[in-house]
Design a protein. Structure first.
Length: 201
């Protein structure tokens, strides 16, 4: 199977995702959540496509992601590039010094990170964000703002990257405009009675 054919399989799988409304927000069940057994070949291709969006490995030090879908897409990338993986989680374990709101179009909760290790680094830490889906952009914006406020001058934000951008909610554009960093996705997804993969915006 050619690489483009594999990408088409992923596109079709996304378009067949279950869709339902949470109030006025269109929620689709991301097909690589792991609630059903994952097709590892598809996951591998998906991660590879996101990896291709990233800047050269020498341009960043750490990959930051968010539980849980973000872990599944970013872990293969971190392993392949031999990069540290930093995960925002929904419990502080009495070990975290950063707290921010994960805001989606349908829900909000607290996420936590331990960033105290940054104080032990000599040079500013260069971070890329990798997530599965970018919707409103609220989670990434809140995360970056919280870390940048406490560790001003000690973190360089290289960009934010995802497999999917929910184009109708404008998250990628909001991240670019608000934070002045690159934000890219492999697929844009739009719902208008039917889920469609379109060009990311």
């Amino acid at each position: 199977m050619m690489h483009d054919d594999k990408l088409e399989v992923i596109r079709q799988r996304i378009e067949k995702s279950k869709v339902y409304y949470v109030n006025d927000y269109v929620y689709f069940v991301y097909p690589y959540k792991g609630i059903e057994p994952l097709e590892i070949t598809e996951l591998s291709v998906s991660s590879e496509m996101v990896l291709k969006l990233l800047p050269p490995p020498d341009d960043f030090d750490v990959i930051l992601t968010f539980m849980t879908d973000g872990i599944i897409i970013s872990l293969p990338i971190a392993i392949k590039l031999h990069k540290k993986l930093w995960v925002a989680r929904d419990y502080h374990y009495k070990a975290c010094d950063i707290e921010f709101n994960q805001i989606t179009g349908y829900n909000s909760r607290k996420l936590f990170l331990n960033a105290s290790w940054i104080n032990k680094t000599y040079n500013p830490v260069r971070v890329v964000i990798v997530d599965a889906v970018i919707s409103t952009g609220g989670t990434i914006i809140n995360c970056i703002n919280s870390l940048s406020e406490k560790y001003k001058g000690k973190i360089v934000w290289i960009g934010a990257y995802a497999l999917i951008s929910k184009s109708q909610y404008g998250g990628c554009k909001k991240i670019r405009d608000t934070l002045n960093i690159p934000c890219k996705a492999v697929f844009g997804v739009y719902y208008n009675g039917k889920l469609k993969c379109v060009s990311p915006v």
